[in-house]
Ligand binder design. Structure first.
Ligand code: PAF
Length: 282
């Protein structure tokens, strides 16, 4: 596996290829990332991953400084998974000047849920993803990019960006990988104390319970069911931001009187100092 740190070296390493399969990450890799690499690999003629902790998507009070940087172990895992090129730029390489040109995704999708609780988050994500795409795919006729469904809204925002800018990139959404108890794998799980780690599975349990209740009721009942789910977690000591049932198509609330549509239950809640997110398609 080639490890490259500059855009020029990345383009050089990819110059013989025509269809990169790309998995962008912020590092501190877990089995979810590795599953994405394995899924994406047969779909391209070269497999690329990036590790870049993107300052633009962190609010000043968030964990940019403490986000775990584990390049050596990450590189070993990527190599073992069959990744061919690892792009690990320094901040100065990707942002040599302040990044004043940014992608502002449509607010109907990006100002709700995660975007509501983390203002500017999807501007930061879309901007870095577009920039990484331009580093990886410049001059390529087509490509694949893989993202995990745990960040459900992120996948939708990126998909729409790709459609609206007519980028020749197919987005692959990989299923959420879970620990044996059901906790969704996340780089931030490492922040949990042993007691919090034991409690953490309750988020996915709450989403499952809310999903079952939602399927047995009508859209008019959802606000009460969602409130009950949030109160349940709050009673256990969590600080829930949202637990909500949305349409998979646009992440808006299902409407009374409309035909049933595919739904997804999404949740975000803080356990101690760690904010966890998860979702479940129902
Ligand atoms: O999901 C992530 O790890 C990040 O948001 C991404 C897509 C690598 C952009 O920084």
């Amino acid at each position: 596996m080639h490890i490259v740190h500059t855009i020029a070296d990345l383009r050089d390493a990819l110059s013989r290829f025509r269809r990169p399969a790309f998995v962008p990450t912020m590092g501190n890799l877990h089995d979810g990332h590795i599953a994405l690499v394995r899924q994406a690999r047969p779909l391209g003629d070269v497999t690329v991953s990036s590790i870049f902790v993107n300052r633009l998507q962190f609010a000043p009070h968030e964990d940019f400084d403490s986000y775990p940087r584990t390049l050596d172990t990450d590189a070993e895992r990527l190599k073992a998974a069959g990744c061919n090129v690892l792009f690990a730029p320094r901040e100065q390489e990707l942002y040599p000047q302040p990044q004043t040109y940014r992608v502002h995704p449509a607010s109907d999708l990006s100002d709700i849920l995660e975007g509501h609780f983390r203002p500017g988050f999807f501007i930061g994500v879309s901007t870095v993803v577009l920039k990484l795409f331009s580093c990886v795919y410049a001059g390529m006729p087509s490509g694949i990019a893989a993202f995990g469904k745990k960040d459900y809204q992120q996948v939708m925002v990126v998909r729409r960006m790709v459609q609206q800018f007519a980028l020749p990139i197919e987005i692959l959404a990989g299923e959420t990988q879970r620990a044996p108890d059901g906790l969704a794998l996340s780089s931030r799980n490492g922040y949990l104390s042993p007691a919090e780690r034991e409690e953490a599975v309750q988020l996915s349990i709450a989403l499952r319970t809310l999903g079952h209740a939602a399927l047995a009721s009508t859209p008019g009942d959802l606000p009460a069911l969602e409130a009950t789910a949030m109160q349940g977690l709050a009673r256990r000591g969590w600080k829930p931001d949202y637990l909500t049932v949305r349409r998979r198509s646009d992440l808006l609330s299902p409407q009374v009187g409309h035909p049933p549509e595919p739904l997804v239950v999404l949740g975000a809640a803080k356990l101690g100092n760690t904010r966890l997110i998860d979702n479940l398609e129902i």
